[in-house]
Design a protein around this ligand. Structure first.
Ligand SMILES: Nc1ncnc2c1ncn2[C@@H]1O[C@H](COP(=O)(O)OP(=O)(O)OP(=O)(O)O)[C@@H](O)[C@H]1O
Length: 254
């Protein structure tokens, strides 16, 4: 496959293939692969410790795979540093990463600036704050004063400033009240409508299935199933078996 330097409109927004990755001598990913088409929302689900976050690290350039490839919009980024992946439109929302001593507004401006786009203008920061009245009210307070939910909002607000082509989110519902999660989901939908393809790793299957178009299930470092969210939502027994790591019980391959 050819790799155009600035990507191609027809290529998937994100494509990983044949990923093998290890921490020292311990191999965690075995031939893992997934694709997120332009404009699509996809979830990566699976039991604890099967390698979902590790695959996100490989996508973000934080862990060099032993084998396999990562492409963004058709560009092979496997050997590229994180910085270049960000330039190509990748934005990862992992945990509640913020600069704690900077104010809420400064965090947003800083993110726009470091993402190398012109989106760090005052207007973009104001537009992001306008989506979150709670952040707007705390715009001049240090990020260290924010609650867990407010920090998740700030992490997603950064994505608005960056207007990413590919938004990768790791566990945004973790520890948050349902009403906050509902608001964040709405925001992710809006980002998707504005053109961001989304890859979501999520422990809450309900959150994932109500948000995404398609789901990959991972077990022991491998993708074991891929289906539409609607088909999985209609088969709760199968979802339960997959999330418990019941490869055979879940009827994989049937
Ligand atoms: N930095 C690290 N060094 C060594 N082993 C690690 C490291 N990070 C993760 N692991 C191990 O790699 C395996 C996969 O971890 P990973 O965090 O990718 O799983 P996960 O599917 O995201 O889990 P969870 O749903 O619990 O977040 C686990 O056995 C974990 O203990």
């Amino acid at each position: 496959m050819t790799s155009e330097p600035n990507g191609s409109a027809a290529a998937p927004a994100l494509a990983c293939a044949g990923i093998r990755a290890s921490y020292g001598p311990v191999q965690v990913l075995f031939d893992a692969g997934l694709t997120v088409e332009q404009g699509e929302m996809v979830a990566l689900l699976g039991p604890n410790g099967v390698g979902k976050s590790t695959l996100l690290k490989v996508i973000g350039g934080l862990l060099r795979p032993d084998d396999g490839s990562v492409r963004l919009g058709g560009v092979d980024v496997t050997r590229m540093p994180t910085r270049k992946r960000v330039d190509l439109g990748l934005c990862q929302v992992i945990g509640q990463a913020t600069f704690p001593s900077l104010s809420v507004a400064e965090n947003l401006a800083m993110h726009g600036f470091t993402s190398g786009s012109r989106k760090w203008t005052k207007e973009a920061v104001e537009a992001a704050l306008a989506v979150f009245p709670r952040l707007h009210a705390r715009r001049d307070q240090p990020a260290s004063n924010l609650s867990g939910g407010e920090r998740q909002m700030l992490a997603l607000a950064k994505a608005i400033v960056a207007e990413p082509k590919v938004l990768v989110i790791d566990e945004f519902s973790l520890g948050l009240a349902p009403v906050v999660v509902g608001g964040l989901m709405e925001l992710v939908r809006r980002l998707n409508e504005r053109g961001s393809a989304v890859l979501l790793v999520e422990q809450s299957v309900n959150v994932a299935l109500s948000l995404v178009d398609r789901v990959y299930m991972m077990e022991k470092g491998e993708i074991i199933a891929e289906e539409s969210a609607a088909a999985l939502a209609a088969d709760p027994e199968r979802v339960r078996a997959l999330m418990l790591g019941g490869h055979a019980a879940a009827g994989v391959g049937r």
